[in-house]
Design a protein around this ligand. Structure first.
Ligand code: ADP
Length: 270
Protein backbone atom coordinates (compact mmCIF):
# COMPACT_ATOMS: atom_id res chain seq x y z
CA UNK A 1 0.00 0.00 0.00
CA UNK A 2 2.81 2.36 0.97
CA UNK A 3 4.52 1.69 -2.33
CA UNK A 4 1.30 2.40 -4.21
CA UNK A 5 0.83 5.63 -2.22
CA UNK A 6 4.36 6.80 -2.83
CA UNK A 7 3.87 6.07 -6.54
CA UNK A 8 0.73 8.21 -6.45
CA UNK A 9 2.61 11.02 -4.72
CA UNK A 10 5.33 10.87 -7.36
CA UNK A 11 2.73 10.98 -10.13
CA UNK A 12 0.94 13.91 -8.46
CA UNK A 13 4.17 15.89 -8.17
CA UNK A 14 5.02 15.10 -11.77
CA UNK A 15 1.57 16.37 -12.82
CA UNK A 16 2.04 19.57 -10.81
CA UNK A 17 5.46 20.08 -12.37
CA UNK A 18 4.02 19.52 -15.85
CA UNK A 19 1.10 21.88 -15.13
CA UNK A 20 3.57 24.48 -13.90
CA UNK A 21 5.65 24.06 -17.05
CA UNK A 22 2.51 24.40 -19.18
CA UNK A 23 1.48 27.51 -17.18
CA UNK A 24 4.94 28.96 -17.58
CA UNK A 25 4.97 28.21 -21.29
CA UNK A 26 1.53 29.83 -21.57
CA UNK A 27 2.70 32.86 -19.64
CA UNK A 28 5.81 33.15 -21.80
CA UNK A 29 3.72 32.90 -24.95
CA UNK A 30 1.36 35.59 -23.57
CA UNK A 31 4.31 37.83 -22.70
CA UNK A 32 5.78 37.29 -26.14
CA UNK A 33 2.41 38.13 -27.75
CA UNK A 34 2.20 41.31 -25.67
CA UNK A 35 5.74 42.29 -26.55
CA UNK A 36 5.09 41.90 -30.28
CA UNK A 37 1.80 43.81 -29.98
CA UNK A 38 3.59 46.52 -28.04
CA UNK A 39 6.32 46.91 -30.66
CA UNK A 40 3.82 46.94 -33.54
CA UNK A 41 1.68 49.42 -31.71
CA UNK A 42 4.59 51.70 -30.83
CA UNK A 43 5.90 51.71 -34.36
CA UNK A 44 2.46 52.38 -35.81
CA UNK A 45 1.04 54.71 -33.18
CA UNK A 46 4.13 56.84 -32.90
CA UNK A 47 5.36 56.77 -36.47
CA UNK A 48 2.08 57.79 -38.08
CA UNK A 49 1.54 60.96 -36.03
CA UNK A 50 5.26 61.76 -36.14
CA UNK A 51 5.26 61.59 -39.95
CA UNK A 52 2.21 63.83 -40.06
CA UNK A 53 3.72 66.39 -37.65
CA UNK A 54 6.98 66.41 -39.56
CA UNK A 55 5.09 66.86 -42.84
CA UNK A 56 3.08 69.81 -41.51
CA UNK A 57 6.09 71.57 -40.01
CA UNK A 58 8.28 70.99 -43.05
CA UNK A 59 5.59 72.43 -45.36
CA UNK A 60 5.12 75.41 -43.10
CA UNK A 61 8.82 76.21 -43.01
CA UNK A 62 9.51 75.57 -46.68
CA UNK A 63 6.45 77.11 -48.30
CA UNK A 64 5.12 79.45 -45.66
CA UNK A 65 5.04 82.43 -48.03
CA UNK A 66 2.93 80.48 -50.55
CA UNK A 67 0.21 79.56 -48.05
CA UNK A 68 -2.71 81.72 -47.01
CA UNK A 69 -3.64 82.11 -43.35
CA UNK A 70 -6.27 79.32 -43.47
CA UNK A 71 -3.85 76.74 -44.87
CA UNK A 72 -1.21 77.71 -42.32
CA UNK A 73 -3.79 77.36 -39.55
CA UNK A 74 -4.84 73.93 -40.86
CA UNK A 75 -1.24 72.68 -40.92
CA UNK A 76 -0.68 73.93 -37.38
CA UNK A 77 -3.94 72.33 -36.22
CA UNK A 78 -2.85 68.98 -37.72
CA UNK A 79 0.49 69.19 -35.93
CA UNK A 80 -1.28 70.01 -32.66
CA UNK A 81 -3.89 67.22 -32.95
CA UNK A 82 -1.25 64.63 -33.81
CA UNK A 83 0.94 65.74 -30.91
CA UNK A 84 -2.05 65.41 -28.59
CA UNK A 85 -2.78 61.94 -29.92
CA UNK A 86 0.83 60.89 -29.40
CA UNK A 87 0.77 62.29 -25.92
CA UNK A 88 -2.40 60.28 -25.10
CA UNK A 89 -0.71 57.14 -26.39
CA UNK A 90 2.48 57.70 -24.38
CA UNK A 91 0.43 58.44 -21.26
CA UNK A 92 -1.57 55.24 -21.66
CA UNK A 93 1.64 53.31 -22.20
CA UNK A 94 3.18 54.77 -19.05
CA UNK A 95 -0.01 54.02 -17.10
CA UNK A 96 0.11 50.40 -18.33
CA UNK A 97 3.72 50.09 -17.21
CA UNK A 98 2.89 51.52 -13.78
CA UNK A 99 0.00 49.06 -13.49
CA UNK A 100 2.13 46.11 -14.57
CA UNK A 101 4.94 46.87 -12.16
CA UNK A 102 2.52 47.38 -9.28
CA UNK A 103 3.79 50.95 -8.92
CA UNK A 104 0.30 52.36 -9.01
CA UNK A 105 -1.03 53.20 -5.57
CA UNK A 106 -4.36 55.03 -5.75
CA UNK A 107 -4.67 58.09 -3.51
CA UNK A 108 -8.22 57.88 -2.28
CA UNK A 109 -9.89 61.13 -1.25
CA UNK A 110 -13.48 62.31 -0.92
CA UNK A 111 -14.57 63.25 -4.47
CA UNK A 112 -17.67 64.93 -5.80
CA UNK A 113 -18.90 62.95 -8.81
CA UNK A 114 -20.35 66.11 -10.41
CA UNK A 115 -16.84 67.66 -10.31
CA UNK A 116 -15.25 64.50 -11.64
CA UNK A 117 -17.57 64.17 -14.63
CA UNK A 118 -17.36 67.93 -15.27
CA UNK A 119 -13.59 67.80 -15.28
CA UNK A 120 -13.50 64.77 -17.62
CA UNK A 121 -15.94 66.49 -19.99
CA UNK A 122 -13.80 69.58 -19.93
CA UNK A 123 -10.76 67.56 -20.94
CA UNK A 124 -12.67 65.90 -23.79
CA UNK A 125 -14.38 69.11 -24.97
CA UNK A 126 -12.68 69.09 -28.35
CA UNK A 127 -13.21 65.37 -28.93
CA UNK A 128 -16.95 65.51 -28.26
CA UNK A 129 -17.55 68.83 -30.01
CA UNK A 130 -19.71 67.09 -32.62
CA UNK A 131 -21.71 64.99 -30.15
CA UNK A 132 -24.53 65.75 -27.76
CA UNK A 133 -23.71 65.14 -24.11
CA UNK A 134 -26.24 64.26 -21.47
CA UNK A 135 -25.31 63.84 -17.80
CA UNK A 136 -27.58 62.32 -15.15
CA UNK A 137 -26.18 62.37 -11.63
CA UNK A 138 -28.58 62.59 -8.68
CA UNK A 139 -28.22 65.86 -6.77
CA UNK A 140 -27.88 64.01 -3.46
CA UNK A 141 -25.01 61.81 -4.66
CA UNK A 142 -22.71 61.37 -1.63
CA UNK A 143 -18.99 62.14 -1.73
CA UNK A 144 -17.00 59.08 -2.85
CA UNK A 145 -13.56 57.84 -1.80
CA UNK A 146 -11.80 57.66 -5.16
CA UNK A 147 -8.53 58.74 -6.74
CA UNK A 148 -9.69 61.86 -8.63
CA UNK A 149 -6.98 61.71 -11.29
CA UNK A 150 -7.34 57.99 -12.02
CA UNK A 151 -11.13 58.21 -12.13
CA UNK A 152 -10.97 61.25 -14.40
CA UNK A 153 -8.62 59.38 -16.76
CA UNK A 154 -11.04 56.43 -16.92
CA UNK A 155 -13.92 58.74 -17.83
CA UNK A 156 -11.77 60.55 -20.39
CA UNK A 157 -10.88 57.24 -22.06
CA UNK A 158 -14.52 56.08 -22.12
CA UNK A 159 -15.87 59.40 -23.42
CA UNK A 160 -13.03 59.56 -25.97
CA UNK A 161 -14.03 56.08 -27.24
CA UNK A 162 -17.73 56.96 -27.35
CA UNK A 163 -16.91 60.01 -29.49
CA UNK A 164 -14.55 57.98 -31.67
CA UNK A 165 -16.84 55.06 -32.41
CA UNK A 166 -20.28 56.74 -32.44
CA UNK A 167 -21.24 59.02 -35.34
CA UNK A 168 -21.37 62.81 -34.92
CA UNK A 169 -24.69 64.26 -33.68
CA UNK A 170 -25.48 61.16 -31.62
CA UNK A 171 -25.79 61.42 -27.84
CA UNK A 172 -23.22 60.29 -25.28
CA UNK A 173 -24.74 59.77 -21.85
CA UNK A 174 -22.97 59.70 -18.51
CA UNK A 175 -25.25 58.45 -15.75
CA UNK A 176 -24.71 57.52 -12.11
CA UNK A 177 -26.91 55.76 -9.62
CA UNK A 178 -26.35 54.92 -6.01
CA UNK A 179 -27.94 51.64 -4.96
CA UNK A 180 -27.99 50.36 -1.43
CA UNK A 181 -24.92 48.22 -2.00
CA UNK A 182 -23.18 49.82 -4.91
CA UNK A 183 -22.53 52.80 -7.07
CA UNK A 184 -23.06 52.27 -10.79
CA UNK A 185 -21.65 54.73 -13.27
CA UNK A 186 -22.41 54.26 -16.95
CA UNK A 187 -21.12 55.77 -20.18
CA UNK A 188 -23.50 55.01 -23.06
CA UNK A 189 -23.23 55.84 -26.72
CA UNK A 190 -25.23 55.29 -29.89
CA UNK A 191 -22.41 53.78 -31.94
CA UNK A 192 -22.06 50.31 -33.47
CA UNK A 193 -21.80 48.56 -30.08
CA UNK A 194 -19.41 45.69 -29.36
CA UNK A 195 -19.68 42.17 -30.81
CA UNK A 196 -20.96 39.89 -28.01
CA UNK A 197 -17.92 37.60 -28.31
CA UNK A 198 -15.57 40.52 -27.62
CA UNK A 199 -17.20 42.17 -24.59
CA UNK A 200 -14.64 40.62 -22.24
CA UNK A 201 -11.59 40.79 -24.49
CA UNK A 202 -11.82 44.51 -25.26
CA UNK A 203 -10.27 45.14 -21.84
CA UNK A 204 -7.12 43.18 -22.80
CA UNK A 205 -4.09 45.30 -23.69
CA UNK A 206 -3.81 45.94 -27.45
CA UNK A 207 -7.09 44.20 -28.25
CA UNK A 208 -9.14 45.93 -30.96
CA UNK A 209 -12.39 44.67 -32.41
CA UNK A 210 -11.72 43.35 -35.92
CA UNK A 211 -14.65 45.03 -37.62
CA UNK A 212 -13.67 48.36 -36.04
CA UNK A 213 -13.25 50.87 -38.80
CA UNK A 214 -9.58 50.51 -39.65
CA UNK A 215 -9.44 54.26 -40.18
CA UNK A 216 -10.27 54.82 -36.51
CA UNK A 217 -6.89 55.33 -34.97
CA UNK A 218 -6.41 53.49 -31.73
CA UNK A 219 -3.94 51.58 -29.66
CA UNK A 220 -6.11 49.11 -27.80
CA UNK A 221 -4.68 50.42 -24.54
CA UNK A 222 -7.41 52.78 -23.35
CA UNK A 223 -9.74 50.15 -21.92
CA UNK A 224 -6.90 48.08 -20.43
CA UNK A 225 -5.87 51.20 -18.51
CA UNK A 226 -9.50 51.76 -17.43
CA UNK A 227 -9.77 48.24 -16.06
CA UNK A 228 -6.45 48.48 -14.24
CA UNK A 229 -7.34 51.82 -12.63
CA UNK A 230 -10.86 50.76 -11.61
CA UNK A 231 -9.61 47.50 -10.08
CA UNK A 232 -6.86 49.38 -8.24
CA UNK A 233 -9.62 51.53 -6.64
CA UNK A 234 -11.61 48.42 -5.64
CA UNK A 235 -14.23 48.47 -8.38
CA UNK A 236 -14.98 46.65 -11.59
CA UNK A 237 -15.78 47.63 -15.14
CA UNK A 238 -17.72 45.80 -17.82
CA UNK A 239 -19.00 46.38 -21.32
CA UNK A 240 -22.35 45.48 -22.85
CA UNK A 241 -24.69 46.58 -25.60
CA UNK A 242 -27.72 48.79 -25.17
CA UNK A 243 -31.15 47.23 -25.36
CA UNK A 244 -33.05 50.44 -26.05
CA UNK A 245 -31.00 51.42 -29.14
CA UNK A 246 -27.73 50.77 -30.93
CA UNK A 247 -24.63 51.43 -28.94
CA UNK A 248 -22.25 50.34 -26.23
CA UNK A 249 -22.57 50.71 -22.47
CA UNK A 250 -19.57 50.77 -20.16
CA UNK A 251 -20.54 50.14 -16.54
CA UNK A 252 -18.30 50.90 -13.59
CA UNK A 253 -19.37 49.53 -10.23
CA UNK A 254 -18.04 50.21 -6.76
CA UNK A 255 -19.18 48.71 -3.48
CA UNK A 256 -21.02 51.15 -1.24
CA UNK A 257 -18.08 51.23 1.17
CA UNK A 258 -16.52 53.85 -1.11
CA UNK A 259 -19.09 56.36 0.16
CA UNK A 260 -17.05 58.89 2.13
CA UNK A 261 -17.86 58.95 5.83
CA UNK A 262 -19.32 62.36 6.51
CA UNK A 263 -18.91 63.89 9.92
CA UNK A 264 -21.88 63.56 12.23
CA UNK A 265 -23.55 66.96 12.90
CA UNK A 266 -22.16 67.06 16.46
CA UNK A 267 -18.61 66.50 15.16
CA UNK A 268 -19.07 69.23 12.53
CA UNK A 269 -20.21 71.65 15.20
CA UNK A 270 -17.17 70.93 17.37
P1 ADP B 1 -8.56 51.88 -28.91
O1 ADP B 1 -9.86 52.64 -28.93
O2 ADP B 1 -7.38 52.78 -28.79
O3 ADP B 1 -8.44 50.88 -30.00
P2 ADP B 1 -9.44 50.76 -26.41
O4 ADP B 1 -8.73 49.87 -25.44
O5 ADP B 1 -9.96 52.04 -25.88
O6 ADP B 1 -8.46 51.00 -27.60
O7 ADP B 1 -10.65 49.94 -27.02
C1 ADP B 1 -10.42 48.61 -27.49
C2 ADP B 1 -11.40 48.27 -28.60
O8 ADP B 1 -12.73 48.20 -28.07
C3 ADP B 1 -11.47 49.33 -29.69
O9 ADP B 1 -10.49 49.13 -30.67
C4 ADP B 1 -12.87 49.10 -30.26
O10 ADP B 1 -12.83 48.03 -31.18
C5 ADP B 1 -13.67 48.68 -29.04
N1 ADP B 1 -14.42 49.79 -28.43
C6 ADP B 1 -14.04 50.56 -27.38
N2 ADP B 1 -14.98 51.47 -27.07
C7 ADP B 1 -16.00 51.28 -27.94
C8 ADP B 1 -17.28 51.90 -28.14
N3 ADP B 1 -17.69 52.91 -27.36
N4 ADP B 1 -18.06 51.44 -29.15
C9 ADP B 1 -17.65 50.40 -29.93
N5 ADP B 1 -16.46 49.77 -29.80
C10 ADP B 1 -15.64 50.18 -28.81
Amino acid sequence: LLDALSDLVVIAFERIRLARDVDQAKMLAETEKLRTALLTSISHDLRTPLASILGSITSLRSYSNLYDATTREELLATAQEETERMSRFVNNLLDMTRLDSGALAPRLEACDLHDLVGSALNRTKKLVAQHKISVHIPQDMPMLMLDFMLMEQVLVNLIDNAAKYAAPNTTIEVAAQMHRYALALEVRDQGPGIPEEDVLRIFDPFFRVKQADSKTAGTGLGLAVCRGFIQAMGGRISASNRRDSNGAVFTIEFPSRIVAKTLAPTETAA
